[in-house]
Design a protein around this ligand. Sequence first.
Ligand code: ACO
Length: 381
Amino acid sequence: MSSSLETETREGLEGVVAATTRLSSVDGEAGVLLIAGFPVEDLAPVASFEEVVYLLWNGALPRPDELAAFARRMAARRALPGAALDLLRAAAGRRVPVMDALRMAAGTLSLLPGTGEDAREDGLLLVAAFPTIVASYWRLLNSEEPVEPREDLGHAASFLHLLSGEEPAAERARGVETYLNTVVDHGFNASTFTARVIVSTRSDLVSAVTGAVGALKGPLHGGAPGPALDMVFEIGSAERAEAVLRDKLARGERLMGFGHRVYRVRDPRADVLAEAAERFYKDKGDRGVYELARAVEATALRLLREHKPDRRIDTNVEFYTALLLHGLGLPTELFTPAFAIGRVAGWVAHGLEQLAHGRLIRPQSAYVGERDRRWVPVEAR
Ligand code: ACO
């Protein structure tokens, strides 16, 4: 039994198909991502985030009346329970990292009346509250009071409003919305898998999303864009790229924003975000940073091919996430939390799918420890 398990072991579950889904299709060889049947590049730059969430949760695009009602319901759930704000204040006093504050505050949503009874209601609440948690915490960290949520703004614009207290320009809100749509769902990535495992025990969505936030924050998953941007700034000028990157690879470091478990070609989300970033930098931002990042990318790809000739390592979503979000004026500390604000809708969608069709997720492990040990009482050891 143990030997057959050992021969079937797939470290990191690579290539294992653990469930079926109608939410997103990730073709790692062709570099194609479908969101509920739509190529991500068709949907992300034009759809509202509310439309994409509706699509994921209902399997079809909403009619105008359905969209208006859905957006209204979501906007009405932006305010946080008082205990969440108390907790965020305490966290800010200790300068807890934003993802940890988000994880802790997500759990407080169970304090709101009715949570845990209807998974769709819980999902709506989670998606609606995430921007308020992140923005309120960011303001508290910066010695500013949280802003009262407005119900008349779209989800992306509301996030920017909650951060600054000002209504954002339409193009900035569009940039954030394109980003949120681009990262909303992506197959069985580590955080989504975490959420599905939790829901598969018939646990609730607040628990699933809280666990997923913990999985997302790691640097091999959602934690990469901050370090990716730091790397671009550390390089500073295109001529230094080769020397700095060679040095990192020689030290055994990973280049953040490159490589993916599934994609063997360029991540299609990188293209969507690169296009959005280019438009933004051309119009408003610092064009120099954009040019530098493109030069760093080209050098990194060349060196990674040299470094790992047998593994196709290409640009992933995080590299252009960093560039776009920086161009939109978000601080690096908010890059991964912004990812969570988009992805939470995918976690909920997977939770609903798992509740409707899924089985308990319970794989096995191959035991490689010792056998035949004999118990020795503590005084005799
Ligand atoms: N830089 C340098 N070397 C790399 C990189 C990289 N970015 N990515 C993979 N490699 C190397 C590994 O060091 C490893 O080499 P080894 O066999 O000599 O140890 C080999 O390629 C295979 O790497 P694995 O970690 O086994 O491949 P895996 O499929 O698990 O990697 C991962 C995927 C974790 C994303 C990896 O490419 C990585 O660490 N990238 C950098 C972090 C990053 O950008 N994360 C964001 C991913 S996108 C997302 O989650 C939204």
